[in-house]
Design a protein around this ligand. Structure first.
Ligand SMILES: [Zn+2]
Length: 350
């Protein structure tokens, strides 16, 4: 318990400069017992609040009279305050967002999030094999990109399935066409904790170009999605809980914070994936950079999204590797290792 007191003190000290300008929240701390993870939010008066929950996005939003800007990171939750809203991102899969409740004790709101039974928590990963059906992607030396993407995605799917700690989905299970919008909606619907899109690159003008590249959501992409979903509640319904969508102020704030989450966490995963690529695959296909783009599949609010370009099909040597089943397994294993690292999981001994 002492650790929580210590953490509380740290939080209070770090909040101090903000308190001078604070309008409502005076302290924030977390703690837990054997049934609940608890977040304590203390105000300078009796808070009036309304609770919004979105279990698929692992989100809890409190609507208040006022608060101030803050952003606190803990191992299990991230708490973001802005204007009159406090958004709690629950990142620990052991916690049940759906069953969370908020109780008021004097000037403090206590958010109680119950722990799930062990066998019920799994990380949800969506693997997206790029293209499919009439959309072949790039074609080089008779090889179609959609085939490479699918072969690698399926291997990664198998590794995650065998692991047992994941709920895994593929956005397509064979060679057929799936629209980009469907891929986005599907990812939001299953409540993914991570989305990885698998593609292979090509550059017809620079056949010497090589390397794997990682793409995450850009500022422009974030903005485009925000405008679309903020102005079209019917679109937003595919991505957020109904109650949140209906309240305009909540919808706007939650969209903003969830899109930021998508970008930041996507970048976090991209960094890890790149590091593993450099470690295990560099000698075959060089590890390239991390870039920001406004690709449609990356625009899933509340889900960390990354698109990986496995290598260049326009480079003969890389194409040979990308079509080689053994090398495809190496890629899948490398991405699998990165996923474990991202979720703070250890390799299973078998
Ligand atoms: Zn592609």
């Amino acid at each position: 318990m002492r650790i929580w007191k210590f953490l509380t003190t740290i939080v209070l000290i770090s909040l101090f400069p903000l308190l001078v300008f604070a309008q409502k929240v005076v302290s924030l701390s977390v703690g837990k017992d054997k049934n609940y993870y608890k977040i304590f939010i203390t105000f300078d008066g009796k808070p009036h609040f309304k609770v919004f929950k979105d279990p698929k996005r692992d989100l809890i939003t409190l609507k208040l009279d006022n608060t101030y800007r803050f952003n606190r990171e803990y191992y299990s939750v991230r708490v973001v305050g802005e204007r009159n809203l406090i958004t709690i991102f629950v990142r620990n899969p052991q916690l049940s967002t759906a069953k969370a409740k908020v109780v008021r004790k004097y000037r403090t709101l206590v958010v109680l999030i119950p722990f799930k039974h062990r066998k019920f928590f799994k990380y949800t990963v969506v693997i997206d094999p790029g293209h499919g059906g009439r959309d072949s992607g790039a074609t080089y030396f008779g090889v179609k990109e959609k085939e490479i993407n699918f072969a690698v995605a399926l291997k990664l799917y198998k590794l995650l399935k065998e692991d047992g700690r994941f709920k895994v989905y593929l956005t397509r299970k064979g060679d057929y066409f799936v629209s980009l919008t469907h891929r986005q909606k599907f990812t939001a619907q299953v409540g993914a904790d991570l989305f990885i899109s698998i593609h292979a690159n090509a550059n017809p003008y620079k056949p010497y170009k090589r390397g794997a590249e990682f793409y995450v959501l850009s500022e422009k992409g974030k903005y485009q999605k925000f405008v679309d979903l903020a102005t079209h509640p019917s679109h937003a319904l595919h991505f957020l809980d109904e109650d949140m969508v209906r309240d305009y102020a909540v919808r706007k704030k939650v969209l903003k914070t969830t899109l930021e989450f998508t970008q930041e966490e996507g970048e976090e995963f991209a960094k890890i994936a790149r590091r593993y690529w450099c470690k295990y695959l560099e000698r075959f296909i060089p590890c390239g950079g991390i870039y920001k783009r406004s690709f449609a599949v990356l625009k899933v609010p509340g889900v960390p999204t990354v698109l990986v370009e496995l290598g260049y099909m326009s480079h003969r040597g890389e194409l040979n590797l990308l079509t080689n089943s053994r090398y495809q397994w190496s890629i899948a294993k490398t991405l699998y290792r990165a996923i474990l690292d991202y979720f703070n999981l250890k390799m299973r001994k078998n």
